[in-house]
Every structure is written in C-alpha cells, then in structure tokens.
Design a protein around this ligand. Sequence first.
Ligand code: GLU
Length: 310
Amino acid sequence: MEDFSFNEDLNEMVLEAKKYSKYGSVADYIPALGEANPETLSIAIYRGKGDCIAAGGIYEKFTLQSISKVITLAVALMDHGEDYVFSKVGMEPTGDPFNSIAKLETNIPSKPLNPMINAGALAVTNMIIGQSIDEKLGRILGLIHEMTSNSEITFCERVAKSELDTAFLNRSLCYFMKQHGVIQSSVEDLLDLYTKQCAIQVDCTDLAKLGYVIANEGRNPETGRQVIPLHITRIIKTFMVTCGMYNSSGEFAIRVGIPAKSGVSGAIMGSLPHGLGIGIYGPALDDRGNSVAGMKLLESLSSRYNLSIF
Ligand code: GLU
C-alpha cells in the first residue's frame, strides 16, 4: 500500500469515473430509489480520528440497502454466536442474483447460501433480539451510532414504505423459508424490520466510518471503544470479499481487491484492513446491482495506489 496523499487527485478521479454512470441505470424496483439522480458520484475516505478526505456531493444522503446486511450480521453474531447463526445461513458465495429463490429449492436442507443475499439477510434479520420491531431496529441503529459517533442517523420512512409496499419477491423468499423452518416469526413483521434496516440513511462520511471500524478490527478510533468483537469483523470482511459485490464478487476481487459491500441505492462501503474506510455513492447501477461509476472509481484508486489486499 502506498502513502495516501491523493487529496488533489480525488476530485479528478471522481470526474473521470462519473462519465461511466451513463452505462448504468437507477434501481426502480423499489419506486423511491428510482427518483435518484443517476449522474451523482461522491466519495469519502476516512483514515481515523477526524482524518477524512472527500469529493463530489458529499452531503447527499442515501440509504444503505444491502450494506445494512453487514451490520445486522454483526448484531446477530453478537446476539447468538457463530454456531447458531451458521446453522441457519451458509457461508458460501453464489453465482446467482441477490434476490434469487432458486438455490433455496435445490439446496437440501433448504438454507440460504450466505448472509449477503436477500434470503440469507432476511434469515439473519429474523434473529435480531428485541421485544418489538422498534427495539430491534433501535439495536441495529445503536451499533451504527457507535461505529460512526453519529447518533442522528435514522431510517427514511418514505424509502422503507416504498419497499414494503412492493417487496413481493422478498415476501416469497420469507414464506418459502418459513415453510422450511428457517424463519419462525411473522413475515410481515420481519419485512417491516428488514425494509427499515435497508432504508437507514447515511452520507459518504458516515459510510466511510462504518467501513473503517470494520477494517480497524471493530474499534471506533474516535471513542477508542471496541464496538464489534475482532473475530466478528474477520467474518464480516471475509463475506465482503467473497459475496459483497453480488455475483460480481470474483471479478471485483481481481480488479479492485478491496473488501467491499454494495447496495442497490448505489452505495459501496470499502474496508481496507488496517488502512482506511471508503464510502461511495453513485446510483447508476450495472445489471448485477453495483454502482457503475463507483466500481470504476474504486478500480482507479486501487490501481493508482496499490490498494489490493491480494
Ligand atoms: N432492500 C433491497 C432488497 O431487498 C436490498 C437489496 C440490495 O441492496 O442488494 O431488495
């Protein structure tokens, strides 16, 4: 890894990568996400203790979507331990799209392949301990507040409702898993919690801080607190490498080599072990659900500054 003195370069790299947004389109299967400006691209790179550089429209807020799966996995692992969590959800990558139902039927016993695809993430959200949806969501938000030192972060009701009203595929996944005993609770309550967790709203700096704490073995550099146990951050980083970029994870590992998780809002969170946290927002997606310009930007950063962990 080289010295990161890329302040001046960053604006230029964002402008260059932004040109690629024309090759993607915003997700509209969640109607509220369809309203995003496809040409936006922003990035924050956080290096601990207030050291953050950024470029693009960095105050813009967006929802975590699939990136929230990483946080709920951490909460579920802290709640129940590895043995229980991985008795319900596997650890293997899949070449299928994130919302596919196919493997649930062909895998015997029926068990989602990993916690980063929707089926697996729904099964993990089902494990969060709490008396009510509010309490469970509060625990997920609580961890995010501890990681970012930003207690203002909350969820966007409009995006959550837009997804809840149209989540027919996720409903099917839940009912399939309920039939097979992977989930036990009310499907509507689970979807209510899941869509709220996906609609948690951040900006690039918050996202970079989330990435940094995972990279930094679970410690918040500002408070010095260990907010996620070290062994859980290792599990999370490994899932980010093997499954974080949907069914492009293999190619992304070769071209970029930074543990990362993306979401269909166009967000990407990067965690470079012992190095830095990255938060990117660029809503134009490729056909697998990854930000086109965001991936291009990460590829340029990685090759220019030799950031690949491999
Ligand atoms: N809320 C989205 C869904 O379940 C998250 C998907 C994603 O970001 O990959 O469809």
